[in-house]
Ligand binder design. Structure first.
Ligand SMILES: Cc1ncc(COP(=O)(O)O)c(C=O)c1O
Length: 393
């Protein structure tokens, strides 16, 4: 039994870790140092705010260290590393500043918004009504003028910027005044773009009028899987007062140690990393477009984030292509939304993006055998096994 479990993990590790080109924008890889902390002693321990458990002196210091780093990195008055995931961070923000019957304004899942915020997700759970941001589909942008009118008309209590498909900054600056005037609490779900925000290559929601920035720590931000909340003093303290006992009890201290290390890496290497992530996304988009792939937003330069969106018109066609690419060990989702975080972390640059585009084209357009392409993918991956933008031990 044990050998079976270990063998499965090993097979996965060899396949996804060594032989695949991972282009899922929701994923990334940790540095060896951050990753090693996930299996540290901390993973066995509990702490509680009221010092209910003994034995926590070093854990408390780690938490303090991480919070200070996060505040510094994001220029936030408060930081909290306890949310167990991006979704939980969303939940904390939405639940703390709304009551049932209030209205939440966010990007509709139809336009690439996070389904977890919508009727079937947190809005349903918390009894919130939803008002979608008016959206310019071709440009993948919120329509600012119409959004102003909608905010005045609908008077949402919560406005959450950010999305799952996000290629360009959202108009926080443009809409913040009106949102503040009607008394809305403004959040930015930075689950996808947190690493680009930390690396100063996207937008800066907390300076643009958002009261809080929150989300996952493992997509463009290269930490362990988990969540984070950064906020102004008033909202940050209000959330801190409720996180325990409402949303998180034990916060998984091995994760928080790994996150603290990733925050330190981001402070040191974040700008260089995020700049290359975006450069790689643009290079990948340009090369794919050159081959005739339907890359969204050509007129706008394709993307300013880690994402490249291919529009095949329907999900079934996307799935068919994603499955074909998987046979060549090129891993994407079914939207198809390609992400350059992980390949960048492995040290790939524009030249490799051109090669990846070529491999995708040969698999999808030229009908070459995925099993043959797989060999070239494995060779490319074997040349990029170390993790960059981190402290070398
Ligand atoms: C915009 C957005 N917010 C939140 C989440 C949820 O993140 P997590 O998986 O960390 O709970 C996702 C997931 O992909 C997302 O795209």
């Amino acid at each position: 039994m044990i050998s079976e479990i270990l063998a499965l993990v090993k097979k996965h590790e060899n396949w996804r870790g060594k032989e695949c080109l991972n282009l899922i924008p929701s994923e990334n890889v940790m540095s060896p140092a951050a990753r090693s902390l996930l299996s540290s002693e901390l993973g066995h321990r509990y702490t509680a705010r009221e010092r209910f458990y003994m034995g926590t002196k070093f854990i408390d210091e780690i938490e303090q260290f991480g919070e200070e780093l996060a505040k510094d990195l994001f220029g936030a008055e408060t930081a909290d590393l306890r949310p167990l995931s991006g979704h939980v961070a969303d939940m904390i923000f939405a639940a703390c500043f709304s009551k049932p019957g209030d209205k939440l304004m966010c990007v509709s899942p139809e336009d690439g918004g996070y389904p977890g915020l919508w009727h079937e997700g947190l809005a349903g759970l918390l009894g919130l009504k939803v008002a979608p941001f008016p959206f310019v589909k071709d440009a993948m942008k919120i329509d600012v003028r119409k959004a102003e009118e909608t905010i005045i008309r609908e008077k949402p209590k919560l406005i959450i910027f950010g999305a799952s498909l996000i290629t360009f900054p959202h108009p926080v600056k443009e809409l913040a005044n009106i949102a503040h005037e009607i008394g809305a609490c403004v959040g930015f779900d930075g689950s996808h773009v947190l690493g680009l925000i930390a690396g100063r290559q996207f937008q800066d929601p907390l300076r643009e009028g958002a009261h809080a920035l929150f989300g996952s720590t493992h997509k463009s931000f290269f930490g362990p899987q988990g969540g984070i909340i950064l906020a102004d003093k008033r909202r940050g303290e209000a959330m801190k007062a409720k996180i325990y006992p409402r949303f998180v009890d034990n916060a998984h201290w091995n994760r928080i140690a790994a996150l603290t290390l990733a925050l330190a890496e981001m402070k040191e290497f974040g700008e260089e990393y995020a700049e290359q992530v975006v450069r790689n996304a643009r290079a990948l988009a340009k090369n794919l477009h050159g081959y005739g792939f339907p890359v969204k937003c050509e007129r706008l330069g394709f993307t300013q984030s880690h994402q490249v969106i291919l529009d095949f018109g329907n999900y079934e066609r996307g799935r068919e292509i994603a499955e074909k690419l998987q046979r060549a060990n090129i891993i994407v989702d079914c939207v198809i939304r390609l992400g350059t975080c992980e390949v960048t972390r492995r040290g790939m640059k524009e030249e490799e993006m051109a090669k990846i585009a070529e491999l995708i084209k040969r698999t999808v357009m030229d009908g070459e055998s995925p099993e043959m392409i797989k060999r070239e993918v494995a060779k490319l991956c074997s040349e990029f096994q170390s993790i960059e933008y981190c402290f070398k031990q």
